[in-house]
Each structure stands twice: as structure tokens, then as C-alpha cells.
Design a protein around this ligand. Structure first.
Ligand code: ADP
Length: 191
């Protein structure tokens, strides 16, 4: 099974590249941000609970996220593999994901990290905010908080996978196809 973590700061292009990856490699996409937004739009209890964290650009508590991912994996039928997007976002989430996948004998093959500098991230997110309708994409203070939370809580996750020899960094600036080409080269080696 080809299980991959797509990693990077908010605005790095994880969603865009995920779409291309799932199509080419026939993988199941699990984006925790998308799952939370779905809960929000459906007005579920989980969505209501997550909203206050999301609106401020803070992380939703680990146990909530882990439970949601576990449910999503369980309800998915047979697949070639999963692409995790926006998850794990803390070392605790990464440890929980390892336990969950090892139980099922389908460990993470590798992490692909998109690297983009902070100025470019802010520009991209504000541009996306014009059409995404996302409250967290439209306010510079919230965007800066998301980047700060990423640096403090999420960056250590890269080290977690580096220690397992599963880390590959990719320069995330260039055309979408150019970046996808580099991602494909990494995935072809993991297969
Ligand atoms: P982005 O990567 O652009 O910041 P996402 O769509 O991945 O946006 O996530 C939006 C929001 O959803 C985050 O700011 C956070 O509040 C919440 N969220 C998403 N994934 C996680 C996660 N794995 N752990 C905690 N909170 C999460």
C-alpha cells in the first residue's frame, strides 16, 4: 500500500498537488481541513466544535482529529493507499497515525514536504481568500497565526519522519506541473 504524507505550511499547495497525485496514482485523499469544512457545512457537532479553532487559525485538539481520521480510514473500502494532507500536524498526531496504520499493517511509506517561503505563502493565501470563502484566508493576522502555529507545532513532525528516513523535501515554487513532476519522481521511488 502506498501511504504518503503530503506536508508543508498553509498555502504551500498541498490541496492542488493532492488532486493531481490521487488521479495519477489512484489514491484515497484524506484532508483533515476538508473533512472539518464538510462537518462545518453540514452543521454537525464536530463541525461546531472545530469552528472556533479554525476561525482563529489554531489547531483543533489532537484527539478530535485522530478520531476523525480513524473513522475515515475505517469507512473507506479497499484502496491502493492514502494521501494524508494537513495531517499529521503535531508529533502526537504522527505517533497516533503510526499506531493506527501499523495495526493494519500499512505503514507510511514517506513524507513529501513542500517548501515555500513565508512571503509567498501570505500572498497565495490572500489571493485564495478572494474566492475560497474561507474566513481564515482573508485576514492577515489569522494567516500569520496559522504560519506561527505551523512553525511551533507542525514543523517538528518533519523531524519525526526524518528520523525514520522517510522525509523528502521539494521546492514548492514554480509551475504546478513542474512541482508535480518532482513529486511524481519521489513517489515513483517509493512505490
Ligand atoms: P491550511 O493548510 O491552508 O492551513 P487546512 O485546510 O489544512 O488549511 O486546515 C484548516 C484548519 O483546520 C486549520 O487551521 C486547523 O484549525 C484545522 N485543522 C486541519 N487539520 C488539522 C489537524 N491535523 N490538526 C488540528 N487542526 C487541524
Amino acid at each position: 500500500m502506498l501511504n504518503i504524507v503530503l506536508f508543508g505550511p498553509p498555502g504551500a499547495g498541498k490541496g492542488t498537488q493532492s488532486e493531481k497525485i490521487i488521479e495519477k496514482y489512484n489514491l484515497q485523499h484524506i484532508s483533515t481541513g476538508d473533512l472539518f469544512r464538510k462537518h462545518l457545512s453540514e452543521g454537525t457537532e464536530l463541525g461546531k466544535m472545530a469552528q472556533k479553532y479554525m476561525d482563529e487559525g489554531n489547531l483543533v485538539p489532537d484527539e478530535v482529529v485522530i478520531g476523525m481520521v480513524d473513522d475515515k480510514i475505517k469507512e473507506t473500502g479497499p484502496v491502493n493507499g492514502f494521501i494524508f494532507d494537513g495531517f499529521p500536524r503535531t508529533v502526537h498526531q504522527a505517533e497516533a497515525l503510526d499506531i493506527l496504520l501499523n495495526e493494519k499493517n500499512m505503514p507510511i511509506k514517506g513524507m513529501i514536504a513542500l517548501e515555500v517561503d513565508e512571503e509567498e505563502l501570505k500572498k497565495r493565501i490572500l489571493l485564495r481568500g478572494k474566492t475560497s470563502g474561507r474566513a481564515d484566508d482573508q485576514d492577515v493576522a489569522k494567516i500569520e497565526n496559522r504560519i506561527k502555529v505551523y512553525q511551533a507545532e507542525t514543523l517538528p513532525v518533519a523531524e519525526y519522519y526524518r528520523k525514520q528516513d522517510k522525509y523528502e523535501a521539494i521546492h514548492g515554487i514554480g509551475s504546478i506541473d513542474e512541482i508535480f513532476g518532482k513529486i511524481s519522481d519521489v513517489i515513483d521511488k517509493l512505490k
